[in-house]
Unconditional design. Structure first.
Length: 511
């Protein structure tokens, strides 16, 4: 195959172990040894830039270390060695062209450049590269973690040193991931630095602000932090934005319906109290999907909140919304002529921002309401609506004719086959509302009595009708007697008619 001519040729090679050759003379051996020493000295001339990010969590210190090895010339990489002092555990090691890595504990090891010369304990990390890797630079990423005593409030940053290198410098940044205040307790061999002096590759590894930053020029240094931990205050996992409680009261039964829209982050069940165990649950729909409630150990009703949630609920950010539609039937003694009714909505284990109550009561009673709810004619807050995260996916079959008439298959969805209870309209409707409902501060009680005006009105209407009828027929009886006495001549029809007309004119009210 003919190739185009070139004036530049780049050749790479690596030295491998050779077979045994005849032993050279003494002078040749000295020259060979000197040459090997020079080659070894040249191959070990590497400088390291070490950038570390330390994260102080609740009793755990995590670190992410980036080592950039720079050699004087491009050469074959064999092994790199790193010493991690202290009780830190090495969790991962990543490098381009790496074949394997190992971590072994060491004891009583003294660094050559240690000013104190005291032996220490830690972990010896060895990174082995593939035989075909030849480069002038090598980047190694090493992560560690360690535990510290929260009560003592002292955290020592682990010392990480590269072996067989000419020089090691670097930077360190500290962030906190717990409810704590982090300050510098003692430091040696380092200098404080600004956040802008930390490399961008380190700043991009975290979304938390950097509280402390350092630079060092020698691998032997020490930084001890003071961490003041504070007790964590728990916040709400869920809250109801709007809720609507509807109840229909008849003679011995009540029908209830509770509709809510809640924001939920981690709560799995909503506890509903004040629903009797003998009540009949008609339907429960969560996010427009029918499901079944559960009974708690204390007899409360448990409503699952994670039914039909969307895939975005695992992405973090704002808490996803969930809609709840619960309907049930309960019984009570007959109303009778008078008495009282407790119409308070059921209690839930989350605060409600805006609560609306709609009560339908029999028309033949007069009601007087007391409690903490405000009687209104029209709701001033928006009402809850069902949320639906379900989406359908349809795929056409192979060979489908798009020009032909398409007949959709009947849906076998379980959601469409379940019951959705609604409250019928009957009687007189009353409306109430309240803002910020927490615990049992939503109370509504009604006292009632039979409306006597309606029954007495019916009685007096019949009585007046009878009296009017009797007063109307009384003059007719007198008229008949007058006609019998005055009309002696029964054949004189004209005279009798005139006589009747005169009597009627004298009594126009009875005409």
């Amino acid at each position: 195959m003919r190739r185009p001519s070139t004036k530049v040729v780049k050749l790479k090679w690596r030295v491998v172990a050779a077979e045994k050759v005849p032993r050279p003379s003494k002078s040749q051996a000295n020259r060979t040894q000197a040459t090997d020493e020079n080659v070894e000295d040249q191959s070990s001339q590497a400088t390291v830039q070490h950038d570390a990010l330390f994260s102080v969590a609740e009793g755990v210190l995590q670190s992410s270390n980036a080592f950039k090895f720079t050699f004087e010339s491009e050469q074959s990489l064999n092994t790199l060695e790193v010493l991690v002092h202290g009780d830190s555990r090495v969790t991962s090691v990543v490098a381009h062209g790496m074949q394997t890595w190992s971590a072994k504990p060491f004891t009583n090891l003294t660094l050559e450049d240690s000013a104190e010369g005291q032996p220490g304990n830690g972990t010896f990390v060895q990174v082995v590269f593939k035989s075909s890797v030849m480069s002038k630079e090598a980047i190694v990423l090493l992560k560690t973690e360690s535990q510290f005593d929260v009560e003592s409030g002292r955290v020592e940053l682990p010392l990480v040193v590269c072996r067989n290198v000419l020089r090691q410098t670097g930077s360190m940044a500290v962030v906190k991931a717990a409810n704590a205040e982090v300050y510098e307790h003692t430091s040696r061999g380092v200098a404080r630095a600004g956040v802008g002096e930390i490399p961008a590759s380190v700043r991009s590894q975290t979304n938390r602000p950097i509280v402390l930053a350092y630079k060092y020029l020698a691998p032997r240094h020490s930084v001890i932090l003071s961490a003041l931990h504070h007790e964590e205050v728990h916040t709400l996992n869920s809250v109801a934005d709007v809720a609507l409680y509807q109840v229909l009261v008849v003679d011995t039964q009540r029908m209830h319906k509770l509709t809510m829209v809640v924001q939920n982050s981690q709560q799995q069940y909503m506890v509903v109290r004040d629903i009797p165990a003998a009540a009949t649950v008609w339907s429960l729909r969560v996010n427009s999907l029918s499901t079944k409630p559960a009974r708690g150990r204390d007899g409360t009703l448990m409503v699952p909140l994670l039914v039909g949630t969307g895939g975005d609920s695992n992405e973090g950010g704002a808490a996803p919304q969930a809609s709840i539609e619960l309907a049930w039937m309960s019984e009570h003694p007959s109303l009778g002529d008078n008495g009282s009714l407790v119409l308070s909505p059921p209690r839930v284990d989350m605060p409600i921002t805006a609560l609306s109550v709609e009560v339908q009561l029999p028309e033949q009673y007069n009601f007087n309401f007391t409690g903490t709810l405000q009687n209104v004619s029209i709701f001033s807050h928006k009402q809850p609506r069902a949320v639906n995260y379900q989406t359908e996916r349809h795929a056409t079959e192979k060979g489908f004719k798009f020009g032909a008439e398409y007949v959709s298959e009947p849906s076998t969805s379980e959601e469409k086959a379940n019951v959705k209870a609604t409250i019928p309209k009957q009687g007189t409707r009353y409306r109430f509302e309240k803002i910020l409902v927490v615990g049992d501060n939503a109370v509504l009680t009604a006292t009632y009595a039979l409306n006597l005006s309606s029954t007495e009105g019916d009685h007096w209407s019949w009585r007046s009708l009878i009296v009017s009828f009797l007063s109307m027929i009384a003059p007719l009886r007198g008229l008949c007697r007058s006609i019998a006495c005055s009309a002696s001549d029964r054949g004189n029809v004209t005279g009798m008619g005139e006589h009747i007309r005169q009597i009627v004119l004298r009594n126009p009210a009875n005409g």
